[in-house]
Design a protein around this ligand. Structure first.
Ligand SMILES: C[S@@+](CC[C@H](N)C(=O)[O-])C[C@H]1O[C@@H](n2cnc3c(N)ncnc32)[C@H](O)[C@@H]1O
Ligand code: SF4
Length: 274
C-alpha cells in the first residue's frame, strides 16, 4: 500500500471511527416484527429485481448480470418472503407498490408474473403498480406483456438523447433506437410514462439539455426524473474520476495525514489540523 493510500485510510478511520462499529447480519424474529408493525395501518411495498443485462459504469445499485437460474432462485426466495410478511400484515392494505432494480424487465418472462400473482393472492393490494424498465426491453411484445401484468405506471432509463453522451455512459443503444422505444411506449397508453435522465455529463451544455427536454415533451412522455451524474466511489466512473483528480501525492495532504495519525497514536482523542 502506498504512503498516500495508507494515510488516507488512517484519516478515514479517524473521522468515521469505523473500528468501533459493529456490523450485524441479524434477521428479526416474527414476534418482534409483529410488535413493530401492530400500530401501522397501511404499507408500501418495494420489490427489487437485482438483475441487468449489462453493468453500467456509473451505477451504484444492487445488481448482477441476469442469469435464468439465478432469476428462478430469486423468484422462490421472494415468494417465501411474501409468505412471511403476509402473515404479519394480515388484511392491512398495501397502498403503494414499486418494482425497481436493477432492471425488472429482465424477469418479464422468468418469474416476474409468478411473483406478482403471489403478491396479489397474499396481500391486500389497494394501489397501482409502478415499474422500472430498460429501453432495450421495450419492444412491442414486451410492452404487451407489461400491460398484461397490469403495470399502470412505467419508467425507463433513457439517460440522454445525444449519441455522444449515450457513449460516455456506455448505454447499449443510440438516439434513434431509444426514440423509437419511447414512441412505442407512449402509444401503449400507460397512466404515467416516466423517463429517467442524467445531466451534468462531461462537457454537456445547457442548450443540449434544453433541446433533449423539448424533444421528450414533444414525444408525449408524462414525466422526467432528472439526476446529475453522481460519481459513486465504488463504480467504474467513480474510480476513474478519483484517479484523475486525487492521485497526485500532495505534500499538504501528507502533512495533515501524518499529524492526524500522530494524534491518534497518542490516543488523546483530539485531532488538531494545522
Ligand atoms: C434502476 S436505474 C433505471 C432502470 C434501468 N435499469 C435502466 O438502466 O434503464 C435507475 C436510474 O437511476 C439513475 N442513475 C443511476 N446511476 C446514477 C448516477 N451515478 N448518477 C445519476 N443518476 C443515476 C439513472 O437515471 C437510472 O435510470
Ligand atoms: S443503470 Fe440500470 S441497467 Fe445499468 S447497471 Fe444500473 S440498474 Fe442496471
Amino acid at each position: 500500500m502506498s504512503l498516500v493510500a495508507f494515510s488516507r485510510n488512517q484519516i478515514r478511520k479517524l473521522l468515521t471511527k469505523e473500528s468501533n462499529m459493529i456490523l450485524e447480519n441479524k434477521i428479526p424474529d416474527y414476534e418482534s416484527l409483529e410488535m413493530k408493525f401492530q400500530d401501522i395501518s397501511e404499507f408500501g411495498l418495494y420489490l427489487h429485481i437485482p438483475f441487468c443485462r449489462q453493468i453500467c459504469p456509473y451505477c451504484p445499485y444492487n445488481k448482477e448480470i441476469y442469469q435464468p437460474e439465478a432469476a428462478e432462485m430469486y423468484t422462490r426466495a421472494v415468494k417465501k418472503e411474501i409468505d412471511f410478511y403476509s402473515g404479519l400484515f394480515g388484511d392491512k392494505p398495501v397502498t403503494s407498490f414499486y418494482i425497481g432494480g436493477g432492471t425488472p424487465t429482465t424477469m418479464l418472462h422468468s418469474g416476474l408474473g409468478n411473483i406478482l400473482e403471489h403478491i396479489f393472492e397474499n396481500l391486500n393490494m389497494q394501489c397501482d403498480i409502478h415499474m422500472e424498465s430498460h429501453p432495450n426491453d421495450l419492444n412491442s411484445d414486451n410492452l404487451n406483456t407489461i400491460r398484461s401484468l397490469n403495470v399502470e405506471n412505467l419508467s425507463t432509463g433513457v439517460e440522454a438523447l445525444q449519441d455522444k453522451y449515450l457513449r460516455i455512459l456506455n448505454r447499449p443503444y443510440n438516439t434513434k433506437e431509444v426514440k423509437a422505444a419511447i414512441e412505442r411506449t407512449v402509444n401503449k397508453g400507460f397512466r404515467c410514462f416516466n423517463v429517467d435522465f442524467i445531466f451534468a455529463l462531461p462537457n454537456q451544455t445547457y442548450a443540449e439539455l434544453e433541446q433533449a427536454g423539448h424533444e421528450l415533451v414533444e414525444m408525449g412522455i408524462d414525466q422526467v426524473a432528472a439526476y446529475p451524474l453522481f460519481y459513486f466511489p465504488y463504480t467504474k466512473m467513480g474510480e476513474s474520476a478519483k484517479q484523475s483528480n486525487y492521485n497526485i501525492p500532495n505534500i499538504f495532504y501528507l502533512l495533515v495525514s501524518l499529524t492526524l495519525m500522530w494524534t491518534d497514536f497518542r490516543g488523546s482523542g483530539q485531532y488538531h489540523v494545522p
